[in-house]
Design a protein around this ligand. Structure first.
Ligand SMILES: *[C@@H]1O[C@H](CO)[C@@H](O)[C@H](O)[C@H]1NC(C)=O
Ligand SMILES: *[C@@H]1O[C@H](CO)[C@@H](O)[C@H](O)[C@H]1NC(C)=O
Ligand SMILES: *[C@@H]1O[C@H](CO)[C@@H](O)[C@H](O)[C@H]1NC(C)=O
Ligand SMILES: *[C@@H]1O[C@H](CO)[C@@H](O)[C@H](O)[C@H]1NC(C)=O
Ligand SMILES: *[C@@H]1O[C@H](CO)[C@@H](O)[C@H](O)[C@H]1NC(C)=O
Ligand SMILES: *[C@@H]1O[C@H](CO)[C@@H](O)[C@H](O)[C@H]1NC(C)=O
Ligand SMILES: *[C@@H]1O[C@H](CO)[C@@H](O)[C@H](O)[C@H]1NC(C)=O
Ligand SMILES: *[C@@H]1O[C@H](CO)[C@@H](O)[C@H](O)[C@H]1NC(C)=O
Ligand SMILES: *[C@@H]1O[C@H](CO)[C@@H](O)[C@H](O)[C@H]1NC(C)=O
Ligand SMILES: *[C@@H]1O[C@H](CO)[C@@H](O)[C@H](O)[C@H]1NC(C)=O
Length: 764
């Protein structure tokens, strides 16, 4: 799993297999070239690249076969191309005129009726009407494709195409010009040349289409910008109106995930971003990641830098590798917005009613009948013995899985399936376990309960005579206003990021657990061995689902504030977010049971209505990011790989990016640094004259100072700088995470930034 890009949806773990490259001797590379070095005899970049390649292919000087080595020519994200090369060809290319650098074509893995309402979105006030529901904003989604017939892509009420849309193609089922696009789904492109070059064996099974072959992309794109659909339901659990966050924004799908195992390679994703830039998207949503690589070797970081320069907001998922500290992989990119995942205040339940009338409640999304009749109930310990299970198969079987991980639950569930039991009750403390994945893998009536309820059930079985130990199960119980909510869910990856720990990541949390959204009608939502269930909507969980929520919110902000930069939109989303849940307590981390630190929660839980009017913003542009790259001690060559600009001003290197959050590292046991300083500049985007006053939520054993602690603005768009310093004790416990907040307030706005103090998990 480790070398793959991952789609951040949880039940993908059930089917994760591997593709091994057949051509160990040749591989795909992404080559960055210097366009200024192109001899004038060439008509265009492509012919120059072809000629360059023909020079380095000794056994194959024939022009035709070398030109076919070019997979893509890139124009926007960089000047360069990708090609399938032998190690010798790759080496020879490095001394060709105009060669700048190359990176390997790594693989990646892919990591609502209710969520808009939970976020406080309201048709009559706030971000929805202010942005006209994101009208005319274009959200590009790079994913597994889309099911264009889904009602979530109907274009009722959509006005004419936005004028900045330059996309031409609507590629479904081998045609470039399909009538399946409309004023909602305005573009559909696929990118598989890199994948086919890397995995030639798979090509036979690939259809050249943007049609979703997995469900993931239909789900994510409808979360961000799906149209309003009345009467959406999921097997009677939830009925209502399904609606994307920015329901009048347009969707452009870029399919880059292929094959039975949902594989994707960087060269295809870069091509998708390259095309999305020329097509004119405003926002990009990318729910996937791969292993940690330095920013200058990360093709996605390189491509999204170009997107940021063009003013495109990029939302990316944090990953599903939580709950431990430091589990974010590649997604620490400073110019993207990185999204953690939380629970909603809605849960799907099943009840077990024991013979004595006591009922215990647990998690279940069993899609079959509403209830069972009474059956005998038996406790079978760990359910590790199929032979014993077969003997009790006409009973409701109770099994215990404490401290189980999803992987070591597979065997007991297979045992229950093999024994064909009538029903099961699974007792687990669920740490590390995603209930949805579990429940959707169990083809018989089943309820997942916690150890406390488990004791009630076990006690009943122990104390009751054989003949009266009966129970029945009921399903499809949807609970609303669950408290506390939101909470950061277990699976969401935690910071600090590895590729740039000096910028606090993740940035923000959005709903990720049990999200209902559109689904292809030919892909089962439950795929049990003996029968399948299909539905137009499906429930899924993961940071894959929280990422498009933030893309949708960014589309609303872009609709309301067309001139805001990606950093300004991110700042507005971060500084106005919520840190309290629906019980008015600090949001909980389900992984620890304690307060969620900003390494789990980011700045907080998104609040779209407040983000509309943030008061102050922390802006950042290209030179700010260059200053950061310089301070990371990257060489000019490394920096050029990212910025594509041959002149990068490193006269003011600084790890201190103008960012709406703070992270300070203190060395455990050593007093090398006792005071750390941060400099920030805020822009007044509120109306005219105002005065902001700072307040600090203190961090025990640290002294935090803000100078000045009062910011007096005379007019709109005025910028004022301040300095924050954190004085630390000589000793700090290793891996301890402490946090507080800096809040600027005027009489209308609250502008809050998290401050994290911890020890480095890398060499300072
Ligand atoms: C579709 O468009 C692509 C990109 O412009 C082009 O390479 C391809 O040949 C076209 N295919 C068809 C069937 O027209
Ligand atoms: C797509 O094809 C149809 C039928 O061949 C044609 O009428 C239409 O003009 C084409 N559209 C574009 C955008 O090429
Ligand atoms: C799909 O497109 C690729 C190029 O992207 C081409 O090599 C392949 O032959 C096409 N497959 C089919 C079935 O048309
Ligand atoms: C690729 O195809 C060949 C021939 O069909 C087969 O022998 C080989 O095992 C395949 N490799 C993979 C990784 O599937
Ligand atoms: C949803 O609708 C179905 C069919 O009309 C109904 O049976 C079910 O009780 C409803 N569920 C909820 C939660 O309202
Ligand atoms: C489910 O059980 C809980 C008690 O655990 C009870 O409060 C609730 O009313 C039950 N719901 C239904 C629909 O039976
Ligand atoms: C589960 O793990 C916790 C913490 O690691 C431990 O205290 C507990 O004994 C474990 N329980 C079981 C049933 O293994
Ligand atoms: C960069 O190099 C300087 C000088 O060697 C060093 O002080 C600094 O800590 C390095 N920065 C990083 C981020 O490694
Ligand atoms: C690109 O080529 C131009 C002209 O040959 C040269 O001045 C420039 O330094 C080169 N840039 C890089 C990044 O190598
Ligand atoms: C503290 O510093 C000393 C000397 O500079 C070094 O030997 C030791 O490893 C450091 N300890 C930690 C925990 O960094």
């Amino acid at each position: 799993m480790t070398s793959n890009i991952c789609l951040h949806m949880l039940f993908y773990y059930i089917i994760s297999l591997h593709i091994v490259s057949t051509l160990a001797h040749s591989d795909n590379y992404i080559i960055h070239m210097n366009l200024s070095a192109m001899p004038t005899i060439f008509l265009n970049q492509h012919s120059w690249y072809e000629s360059t390649l023909s020079q380095v292919t000794p056994t194959n000087n024939n022009f035709k076969s070398t030109s076919s080595k070019i997979i893509y020519t890139y124009n926007n994200v960089m000047n360069g191309f990708s090609a399938n090369l032998s190690p010798e060809e790759h080496e020879a290319l490095k001394i060709s005129p105009g060669y700048i650098s190359s990176i390997p074509d790594l693989s990646l893995k892919l990591d609502t009726t209710h969520s808009p309402k939970f976020l406080g979105l309201n048709p009559y006030k706030g971000a929805w009407p202010a942005s006209d529901f994101g009208k005319d904003v274009i959200v590009g989604v790079i994913d597994t494709g889309v099911w264009p017939e889904s009602e979530s892509f109907n274009d009722k009420g959509m006005t004419k195409m936005p004028s900045n849309w330059k996309g031409q193609l609507c590629q479904f089922e081998n045609t470039n010009n399909s009538s399946l696009c409309n004023k909602k789904l305005i573009g559909a492109r696929y990118f598989n040349k890199g994948f086919l070059a890397k995995y030639p064996n798979i090509s036979r099974t690939i259809v050249n289409t943007t049609r979703d072959t997995s469900g993931h992309g239909t789900h994510t794109s409808s979360i961000a910008a799906g149209s309003r659909v009345d009467g959406a339901s999921f097997f009677g659990f939830t009925n209502g109106t399904a609606m994307g966050i920015a329901s009048l924004s347009r969707v452009a799908m870029y399919k880059a995930v292929w094959g039975p195992n949902e594989d994707m390679v960087v060269s295809d994703i870069i091509a998708a971003i390259d095309t999305a830039i020329s097509d004119g998207v405003d926002v990009l949503s990318m729910s996937f990641s791969y292993d940690n690589v330095p920013l200058y070797k990360d093709g996605i970081a390189i491509a999204t830098f170009a997107a940021m320069e063009k003013g495109i907001f990029v939302s990316a998922s944090a990953g599903n590798d939580g709950p431990s500290f430091n589990t974010m992989k590649s997604n620490g990119i400073p110019w993207e917005t990185i999204v953690a995942a939380s629970t909603l205040d809605r849960e799907f339940h099943g009840n077990l009613t024991l013979g004595n009338g006591v009922s215990v409640t647990g998690f279940s999304i069993y899609p079959g009948k509403f209830s069972t009749s009474n059956f005998r109930i038996v406790f079978m310990g760990m359910c590790d013995n199929v032979k014993k299970l077969i003997k009790v198969k006409s009973n409701i079987v109770v099994c215990e899985f404490n401290n189980g991980t999803f992987d070591n639950l597979v065997k007991p569930i297979q045992n229950l399936i093999a024994a064909k039991v009538v029903g099961s009750v699974l007792i687990t403390n669920t740490l590390q376990i995603d209930e949805f994945s579990l429940s959707s893998a169990i083809p018989f009536p089943s309820i997942i309960i916690n150890p406390k309820n488990g004791e009630i059930v076990k006690d009943f079985i122990k104390r009751t005579s054989y003949s009266s130990s009966i129970a029945k199960m009921s399903f499809k119980i949807t609970s609303f206003d669950v408290r506390p909510a939101p909470s950061v869910d277990i699976y969401s990856s935690r910071g600090p990021s590895k590729n740039c720990p000096y910028v606090l990541k993740p940035d923000i949390t959005g709903p990720g657990t049990s999200i209902l959204a559109a689904w292809p009608t030919n892909i089962p939502v439950f795929d049990f061995v003996s029968y399948k269930f299909f539905n137009k909507f499906n429930i899924a969980s993961g940071t894959s689902m929280s990422c498009p929520h933030i893309a949708g919110v960014a589309a609303l902000l872009k609709g309301a504030h067309g001139d805001w930069s990606p950093a300004a939109i991110r700042s507005a989303i971060m500084t106005t977010s919520d840190i309290f849940d629906n019980t008015k307590e600090h949001i909980t981390d389900i992984g620890t049971g304690n307060k969620a630190t900003p390494l789990a929660l980011g700045a907080g839980h998104v609040n779209p209505n407040r983000a509309l009017d943030p008061g102050l913003i922390y802006d950042a542009g290209v030179q700010d990011y260059v200053n950061l790259l310089c301070a990371l001690n990257y060489t000019q060559k490394n920096i050029i790989a990212i910025t594509k600009s041959s002149v990068n001003d490193c006269s003011k290197p600084s790890l201190d990016l103008n960012y709406p959050s703070f992270i300070a590292f203190f060395n455990a046991g050593n007093s090398s640094k006792t005071t750390q300083h941060f400099h920030r500049t805020v822009t007044n985007v509120g109306e005219g004259q105002t005065t902001y006053v700072a307040s600090i939520t203190p961090i025990k054993r640290f002294r935090i100072n803000v100078i000045p602690n009062k910011l007096v603005f005379k007019k709109k768009n005025q910028k004022i700088s301040y300095k924050l310093s954190i004085e630390g004790p000589k000793m700090i416990q290793k891996n301890k995470v402490s946090f507080g907040y800096l809040t600027w307030k005027d009489d209308k706005h609250v502008v809050r930034s998290p401050i994290v103090v911890t020890t480095p998990s890398f060499n300072l």
